[in-house]
Design a protein around this ligand. Structure first.
Ligand SMILES: NC(=O)c1ccc[n+]([C@@H]2O[C@H](COP(=O)([O-])OP(=O)(O)OC[C@H]3O[C@@H](n4cnc5c(N)ncnc54)[C@H](OP(=O)(O)O)[C@@H]3O)[C@@H](O)[C@H]2O)c1
Length: 232
């Protein structure tokens, strides 16, 4: 059994990752706040012969990731890969972003990756193996207007990811900064954007499956992908 824990699995990129990983034979632990959506996803994965576990929760809350990791370990005895994908987009000018939105962006996008990583690290260190894939964004190393809170959270996530790799490579752990560009999901809300130019969640998810299958002796540090035509 090869177990992947996907956060933010109720829709969008995380859901597509869970579906593709299950099809590729991975057992998937599914986390997000919307339990109904997770159960629907789990049912469809299991109907197709896959293996899924539903573990709802808000991963930005300090105790939740640890509780979920314990449940996965109780059920399946292992966590081979963590995909820190849960995220929100606050797409506003800095002047119009309020402190609550700022804090929420940092908590959901960045703190949750820190908390979930801490929750799986003792197990991975003991196993001398494991993969952590942090879903960042091209906005983690390039500024975009009306993305102050989002870019701040994603730049911070890239710094965190690079330090995590430095600290854990001695234990055989592989840490990847996964940096997609515009992808057609609900994160964009009603924004008037050319959706047909965006990547699909399935295209992005395919790259995550490659990472989950990567040999243990290779460190894929960063994966950057954009729509063929570039940024929107
Ligand atoms: N779409 C893009 O263009 C794009 C580009 C680069 C990077 N990304 C990144 O890709 C990741 C997924 O985004 P997406 O585009 O698929 O967006 P999405 O469709 O809005 O999905 C976001 C996912 O995160 C979950 N989530 C949000 N807050 C959460 C919390 N506190 N605890 C647990 N789960 C939470 C949501 O589930 P619930 O609401 O059920 O909790 C949902 O499953 C994000 O980190 C995003 O920043 C997206």
């Amino acid at each position: 059994m090869n177990v992947v824990w996907v956060t933010g699995a109720s829709r969008g990129i995380g859901k597509a990752m869970a579906q593709k990983l299950a099809k590729a034979g991975f057992a998937v632990a599914l986390t997000a706040r919307n339990a109904t959506a997770l159960h629907q996803l789990s049912d469809s994965i299991q109907q197709q012969g896959g293996n899924a576990l539903v573990l709802p929760g808000d991963v930005s809350q300090p105790k939740v990731p640890l509780q979920i990791a314990e449940k996965i370990l109780n059920s399946w005895k292992r966590i081979d890969t963590l995909i820190n994908n849960a995220g929100i987009g606050i797409f506003k000018s800095i002047l119009s972003t309020d402190v609550q939105e700022w804090d929420e962006s940092l908590a959901v996008n960045t703190r949750s990756a820190f908390l979930c990583s801490k929750a799986v690290l003792p197990h991975m260190i003991e196993n001398r193996a494991g993969k952590i894939i942090n879903v960042i964004s091209v906005a983690g190393q390039q500024p975009y207007p009306n993305c102050g809170a989002y870019c701040a959270s994603k730049y911070a996530m890239l710094g965190f990811t690079d330090v995590l790799r430095n600290e854990t490579r001695q234990y055989g752990i592989q840490v990847t900064a996964f940096m997609p560009g515009a992808t057609d999901t609900e994160i964009w809300g009603n924004a008037d954007l050319p959706r047909e130019r965006m990547m699909t969640p399935e295209q992005v998810a395919t790259q995550a499956v490659h990472l989950c299958k990567a040999d243990a002796n290779i460190m894929i540090e960063q994966v950057v992908m954009r729509p063929q035509g570039g940024d929107l």
